[in-house]
Design a protein around this ligand. Structure first.
Ligand SMILES: [Zn+2]
Length: 409
C-alpha cells in the first residue's frame, strides 16, 4: 500500500472524542478539541513540518517550505476541522471490514447494520476496505478523515524530497460543526494564496458553490392575563411567532431542493408571558438572501401592526456567503483540482452544497478555498463509514494538486 500508515492514523484519531459543544462560549468550544490539537502539533513536529503554531482562534497552523528553486510558486493550503458532529462520541470503536463485496449487510452490532437496501451507495464500494462504527457512536470521519489525509500527504511529501513543490500551509481548526470555527481565520499568518478544505464526502466531490446564510432570532413579549378576562387584552407571544412563520413563503428544507433556498424554523419556546424563536434562512444568491430577510422583516412588521405595541423584536445576522461569488472571478483553484482529478481518473462532482463549509468563510476572509472529498459517507451518525481506498485517493489528490501547482509557476 502506498500510504502504509493512513489506516492506523485515521483509526487512532477517530477514537479520540472531539465533539464540539454548541452551548459553549469558549474557543475552542470544548477542551477535548485542544487535547487532540496538541497531539496533532506533536505529530506534525515529529514528521518534520515547520512553524507549527497555535492561533488565538483555536487553529493549529504548520508549514512545509518550498523546495529549492520553487520559492516563487504561489503558496497552497489544506484545511480540515478536528471537531465532530452532535452525536454520541464516547468510546468510538472503529470497525475495519476488508474487501467488502458491495452486497452484504454490514453488521455494526446486534441492533444496527448497514443494509444496501437502505444505503444503495454501498454497491460503489465492492472490493474496498471500509471503516464503520460499532453502532453506538458516530465515526467522526467528518473530519478526522480529512485530518489524516492531509497529514499523510505531508509526511509523504517530506519523505520524497525529489518532489519539487512550492510552500504548503496546513491548518486544523475547531468548531466547524457548530458553525463558528473559521470566524476569525488568520489568512495572513496562514500564508497560502489559495487553499482547499478536505471536508467533503464521497469520491469526486469538488465543491465551490455553497449557500449564503443568515440567522434570525425573534423575541416576543406578550400580555398575560387570565383567559377569562382575555377578551381584547390578552396577547399570546407564542401565537404571534407562529403567525409570522405562517406568513412566510412555504419554502422549507423538507420541500425544497437543488438551487432553491428556504426558511427553517429551528427552535420555538415560550409561555404566556414571553416566547422566542430561532430561524435560519438559506439562498444560493446574495440578492435572494437579502430578499428573504426582507420578507421575514415585513412579516414581523405585519404581525406587530395587529397589536397595540411592538410585540416581536427581530434580530438578523449573516452567517456566511456563497463562495462562488468570489471563486467565479478566480477559478484557478477549482481548475487545478479538476486537472488533478482528471490525471488520477476521478470524475469530479461539482454540485453546489446545500450548506456551507469553513471555506465559505475563509474565501470571504481572502483565501479562495473550495472543498474536496474525504471518501466518507453517511456523516454525522452511527451509519457513517469511510473507504480506505477513497481516502487514499484523497491523499493522491492533495499530492497531485501540490505537484501541478509547482509546474504552473
Ligand atoms: Zn465536516
Amino acid at each position: 500500500m502506498k500510504y502504509a500508515d493512513l489506516l492506523d492514523r485515521f483509526v487512532g484519531y477517530a477514537k479520540i472524542n472531539t465533539r464540539s459543544d454548541p452551548k459553549s462560549k469558549t474557543v475552542p468550544s470544548d477542551p477535548k478539541e485542544i487535547f487532540f490539537l496538541r497531539k496533532l502539533s506533536q505529530e506534525l513536529k515529529e514528521i518534520g513540518l515547520t512553524d507549527v503554531r497555535f492561533k488565538k482562534d483555536g487553529y493549529l497552523f504548520a508549514r512545509i517550505p518550498a523546495t529549492a528553486g520553487q520559492e516563487q510558486v504561489k503558496a497552497i493550503g489544506f484545511i480540515s476541522h478536528v471537531d465532530t458532529a452532535d452525536f454520541n462520541s464516547e468510546n468510538i470503536d472503529p470497525q475495519v471490514h476488508e474487501n467488502y463485496d458491495g452486497k452484504s449487510i454490514l453488521k455494526l452490532n446486534d441492533e444496527y447494520s448497514l443494509d444496501p437496501k437502505t444505503f444503495p451507495n454501498l454497491k460503489n464500494y465492492a472490493g474496498h476496505t471500509l471503516i464503520t462504527t460499532d453502532g453506538t457512536t458516530l465515526l467522526g470521519a467528518d473530519d478526522k478523515a480529512g485530518v489524516a489525509e492531509i497529514i499523510t500527504a505531508m509526511k509523504y511529501l517530506l519523505q520524497h524530497p525529489e518532489i519539487e513543490h512550492g510552500e504548503v500551509d496546513i491548518a486544523f481548526g475547531p468548531d466547524e460543526e457548530i458553525g463558528t470555527g473559521a470566524d476569525n481565520f488568520d489568512t495572513k499568518d496562514f500564508g497560502a494564496a489559495f487553499a482547499y478544505t478536505v471536508d467533503g464526502s464521497s469520491k469526486g466531490e469538488l465543491q465551490w458553490a455553497t449557500f449564503s446564510a443568515s440567522a434570525a432570532t425573534l423575541k416576543a413579549k406578550g400580555t398575560q392575563v387570565h383567559p377569562s378576562e382575555g377578551y381584547g387584552k390578552l396577547i399570546n407571544p407564542i401565537v404571534a411567532l407562529i403567525d409570522v412563520f405562517n406568513l412566510l413563503p412555504d419554502q422549507r428544507p423538507e420541500n425544497t431542493k437543488d438551487d432553491q433556498g428556504y426558511y427553517y424554523l429551528t427552535d420555538i419556546t415560550g409561555n404566556g408571558d414571553t416566547a422566542a424563536a430561532e430561524m435560519i434562512i438559506r439562498d444560493f444568491s446574495r440578492n435572494g438572501l437579502k430578499e428573504r430577510k426582507n420578507i421575514l422583516k415585513e412579516a414581523v412588521d405585519k404581525i406587530n401592526a395587529r397589536y397595540p405595541y411592538k410585540v416581536i423584536e427581530l434580530t438578523q445576522y449573516d452567517q456566511y456567503y456563497n463562495m462562488a461569488d468570489v471563486l467565479k472571478n478566480n477559478m484557478a483553484p477549482v481548475h487545478l483540482a479538476e486537472k488533478a482529478f482528471s490525471l488520477l481518473g476521478i470524475k469530479p462532482n461539482e454540485k453546489p452544497v446545500r450548506g456551507g463549509t469553513d471555506g465559505s468563510k475563509i474565501t470571504f476572509l481572502g483565501t479562495p478555498t473550495p472543498n474536496i472529498f474525504t471518501g466518507a459517507e453517511n456523516l454525522h451518525g452511527r451509519y457513517e463509514f469511510a473507504s480506505l481506498n477513497d481516502m487514499e485517493k484523497a491523499v493522491d489528490v492533495i499530492l497531485k494538486i501540490i505537484e501541478l501547482n509547482s509546474l504552473s509557476k
